[in-house]
Design a protein around this ligand. Structure first.
Ligand code: HEC
Length: 450
């Protein structure tokens, strides 16, 4: 009961503190503005100092109760606490000296006015920071717009998006800013230490901090998303999490709360994707394979290969580094293909259709690291050729309609990690084989006409 009364009085502190501020400012104004001070003016000033002292005294006792609940940072409280006490003691002394009719010199008067004004300003400012958050004063100055986009993300943006992780880059920095001060190894309020991933998951005295897959059973999510009026709301002091920070935290927990969930996984969820794109100025759209390639322009000398006019060719990009090549003769030979290996890094699309291509000739293609689309349809090819295509590291699209390829090839297709699309009508595959393959490899598109 007594504790509850103390807690109630503590909660009155933010209200009561405005009294000494009002009284002292009024007293100082009377003191400064009224130049000729007869006895009644002097008496009013003395009473003013008394009220400043007594209201300050009551506010500081209430403040003591409030500070006791651990909801504020020791480092933040300290300055506020000591300047507050200094204010109470000095207003008390000045009131006493005046009440006892001490003859105070003009300069003493001036200095004490300045000191007391400085004390109430500092105390008030740090008190304000505790309730409204650090930097609350500057935040609303209209011409001082702050850049809210985290710099870490901006520099990492240049690298691959795949190496940006949701927890490390979007969630932990928020905890670091808004929670760690009260939830660290040394100072773990509620038994919760948020300085390490494992401890965040584990939680504090009341159990699981994060229940993977279920935000509503995750105490950390519950505490930051409940109404701010509730006593349990976190953080108890300072700026709450913003709407997008809460939304990202929820999405992350929903999606398994993994240490290494890449940012690109956000793509699959339209709402959260646009939220992150907007807040972090990122473009999360999937880049096509060609956009991700960063090759040097083709050496002019190497283009000699095309002098014999066996191939049609063109550049796919304005930097002249990506090649689309098509064999135009009736029958392709080993020599013809060997010629092309000079350009092996730059050939991205290759068309060797309808030119009596033999299985064995495809063995050369394992040397083409960036080849993404291969068209070898309408040749007398068998399952053997598929074994060779398996070695083309970045193959995305394979066109083998009008060949002798059978269901046996499906085994190999399912091992080709990058493969996205296969064209194979008019071949020896069966509808059943295709059906089976599709259920096992839903990500690979089969265009069969069957
Ligand atoms: C100014 C200090 C302070 C800050 C900042 C703070 N907390 Fe707390 N937190 C406490 C105190 C004190 C308790 C224990 C009393 C209680 O449970 O309300 C607590 C308890 C908790 C608990 C309950 C732990 C348990 O198992 O009982 C969770 C969860 C929590 N805080 C999450 C957070 C999160 C998330 C943040 C950052 C958004 C945060 N806190 C910021 C002071 C703080």
């Amino acid at each position: 009961m007594v504790l509850e009364i103390f807690e109630f009085l503590g909660s009155l502190h933010p209200l009561v503190v405005h009294l000494p501020i009002g009284f002292i400012i009024l007293t100082l104004l009377v003191n400064i503005l009224i130049k000729t001070k007869n006895n009644s003016v002097k008496r009013i000033i003395t009473i003013g100092w008394f009220f400043s002292f007594i209201s300050g005294f009551i506010a500081s006792i209430f403040g003591w109760f409030l500070g006791d609940n651990n909801y504020y940072l020791e480092s933040q409280i300290n300055i506020h606490k000591w300047t507050g006490f200094a204010f109470v003691i000095i207003t008390f002394l000045i009131w006493m000296l005046r009440a006892l009719n001490f003859n105070l010199s003009k300069s003493f008067n001036r200095i004490s006015n300045i000191v007391v004004f400085a004390l109430i300003s500092i105390t008030g400012h740090f008190g304000g920071e505790m309730t409204h958050g650090k930097g609350y004063l500057v935040k609303s100055i209209p011409f001082l717009k702050q850049n809210k986009i985290p710099t870490v993300l901006l520099t990492e943006k240049e690298n691959s998006l795949d190496s940006i992780y949701v927890y490390e880059n979007l969630i932990y920095p928020v905890f670091e800013e808004k929670c760690i001060a009260c939830h660290n190894k040394k100072d773990a309020h509620g038994g919760l230490n948020m300085s390490k991933f494992e401890n965040i998951i584990k939680g504090g005295n009341s159990g699981l901090g994060i229940q993977k897959g279920n935000p509503y059973k995750s105490l950390i999510y519950k505490r930051v998303s409940m109404s701010q009026n509730e006593a349990n709301f976190m953080p108890p002091a300072g700026t709450p999490l913003s709407f997008d920070q809460v939304a990202i935290l929820k999405w992350w927990i929903d999606n398994g709360a993994k240490l290494k969930t890449p940012l690109t996984k956000l793509r699959n969820d339209e709402n959260i994707r646009s939220l992150v794109e907007e807040n972090y100025k990122l473009d999360l759209r999937e880049k096509s394979y060609i956009e991700t390639l960063n090759l040097a322009p083709v050496d002019e000398n190497k283009l000699e290969v095309f002098k014999e006019e066996k191939y049609h060719w063109r550049f796919l990009d304005s930097e002249k580094s990506l090649l689309d090549v098509k064999f135009i003769g009736k029958k392709i030979t080993r020599n013809d293909i060997e010629l092309l290996t000079k350009l092996k890094d730059n050939v991205i699309w290759l068309n060797l259709s309808n030119c009596q291509l033999k299985d064995e000739l495809l063995s050369f293609l394992s040397q083409f690291p960036n080849l993404a689309r291969l068209r070898i349809q309408n040749n007398n090819l068998t399952d053997k050729c598929i074994i060779y295509t398996m070695d083309i590291k970045n193959l995305r699209e394979l066109n083998i309609y009008g060949t002798q390829v059978t269901d046996a090839s499906f085994n190999i297709f399912s091992k080709m990690k990058k493969l996205e699309k296969i064209f194979l009508w008019n071949s020896k595959v069966t509808p059943l084989g295709i059906q089976k393959f599709k259920t096992q490899n839903p990500a690979i598109e089969i265009i069969s006409g069957l």
